[in-house]
Design a binder for this molecule. Structure first.
Ligand code: FAD
Length: 413
């Protein structure tokens, strides 16, 4: 009988593992609670109406339809029974059995115990999140257009982004472009200088995972674009009125959360050690203790390198781990003969705005137009599907020339 492999999650890690186990003798089932593979690094462009959802998402079924040994299931895995080798689906009576399991379920944002803030300050992880944020931004501009009360206009035109990591920086830059340069032209009741974009960061610099000089450059670029950067500032409360920090109150209608990550709740059912962010602490071969047949990869895994550093939650880690565990399974390497997973850091990048980005590639530090071109090329290259690559390239060229954002529809939540 053919051995069964189940992969939970068709993000970067799960999809890579599936492709590397295609056309083998294993019977493979990949389960995802959404029907699409999502290119998260460009989500902020959907949130800021630069791209459409279909530019960055592809149906998983169509991506894998060519592989005879791969079955795709649309459902949410509710529990994993490690010793029974079974997974339970939310919308099915029967359980699925496996010989090998790859858990690649990513995570959500963390509100550090203040989950009620999510209603007011959404985070950005899924297409739905991006559409909610997009509508919030456009609605705020619409409200300001018809308002005469000065205080309310100020509130509607203030956009607060909490968290100065790559997502926060990218969102702040993109919202500043909309609110101070591009979309603003279509409104008559206010001027670019009336809008405020505020980026809040608890640490003493933005992009803390980058080299200090690049953080400084990113901050300067943002200031140049009209973004207010508030460092050493901690959010203490978020309400419908705005944001309360350790040193001020900011009246704002639009608040976006980009401050922390929490791995999927599903991981708890593995009954193995997890870290503060809910990630499973994995062995050097990405398997979990006492279960060499179960692997956890990508954002769901806490993988410690030999120097003690924990691998970051980035696409390359998930992709490389997906490839690695697929090889362990394909070759059926017994636990005691498995090599350690070895991450090859290909560099990190963050874009700030048109022709502005920072990048750190193998010790080389890039800023400005060169960094932005490298960022654009890498993102086009890694987008899945030729049609998407072509469409995104055309959208970017169109936007670069016309400064017009395309997808500005409000369709209701
Ligand atoms: C806004 C944003 C910008 C980013 N920018 C960059 C960047 O520029 N560069 C970079 O390298 N990284 C970036 N990242 C991080 C990168 O996207 C992640 O590290 C990567 O997606 C992790 O891959 P993964 O396979 O572990 O999880 P994911 O890609 O998150 O995939 C997880 C999958 O599991 C599915 N799933 C979850 N729970 C269940 C369940 N219970 N049952 C079934 N299915 C489930 C989800 O639907 C999803 O499809 C960004 C992330 C975000 C959110």
């Amino acid at each position: 009988m053919k051995k069964k492999v189940i992969i939970i999650g068709a993000g970067f890690g799960g999809l890579t593992a599936a492709k590397n186990l295609s056309n083998t003798d294993f019977e493979l089932t990949i389960i995802d609670k959404t029907n699409h593979h999502l290119f998260q690094p460009l989500l902020y462009q959907v949130a800021t109406a630069a791209l459409s959802p279909s530019d960055i998402a592809v149906p998983i079924r169509s991506l894998l339809s060519g592989y005879k040994n791969i079955k795709v299931i649309l459902d949410e895995v509710e529990a994993i029974e490690a010793s029974e080798h079974k997974v339970t689906l939310k919308n099915s009576e029967s359980q699925l059995e496996f010989d090998y399991l790859i858990v690649a379920v990513g995570g959500r944002h963390s509100y550090f115990g203040n989950e009620k803030w999510e209603q007011i300050a959404p985070g950005l992880k899924t297409l739905t999140d991006a559409l909610v944020i997009r509508e919030k931004i456009i609605e705020a501009l619409e409200l300001a257009e018809k308002e005469s009360n000065e205080d309310l206009i100020k509130k509607y035109l203030t956009f607060v982004i909490v968290g100065g990591g790559p997502t926060g920086v990218e969102l702040a830059g993109a919202i500043a472009e909309i609110a101070k340069e591009t979309m603003i032209k279509d409104y008559k009741n206010f001027r670019p200088e009336d809008t405020k974009v505020i980026l809040i960061e608890a640490a003493d610099r933005i992009l803390p995972s980058f080299d200090k000089k690049l953080s400084e450059q990113a901050k300067e670029d943002l200031l140049h674009m009209g973004v207010e950067v508030k460092l050493n500032t901690k959010v203490e409360n978020v309400t419908e009125d705005g944001v309360y920090t350790n040193n001020s109150f900011i009246s704002a209608k639009t608040i976006i959360w980009a401050a922390g990550n929490q791995a999927s709740q599903l991981l708890k059912s593995l009954n193995t050690e997890i870290d503060n962010a809910g990630r499973v602490i994995v062995k050097p071969d990405c398997s979990i203790p006492n279960h060499p047949e179960i692997f956890v990869i990508g954002d769901a895994a806490h993988f410690k390198e030999e120097d003690g550093k924990v691998l970051p939650g980035v696409a390359q880690v998930a992709i490389q781990q997906g490839k690695f565990v697929a090889e362990m399974i394909r070759k059926e390497i017994p636990y005691d003969k498995r090599p350690k997973f070895n991450y090859i850091d290909k560099g990190t990048m963050a874009t700030i705005g048109k022709a502005k980005a920072v990048a750190e590639i193998k010790g080389l530090k890039l800023t400005g137009l060169i960094a932005w071109l490298s960022w654009s090329l890498v993102h086009i290259f890694f987008l899945i599907g030729f049609r998407n690559r072509f469409r995104v390239m055309i959208e970017w060229i169109w936007y670069y020339i016309t400064k017009k954002h395309g997808t500005r529809l409000i369709v209701g939540k």
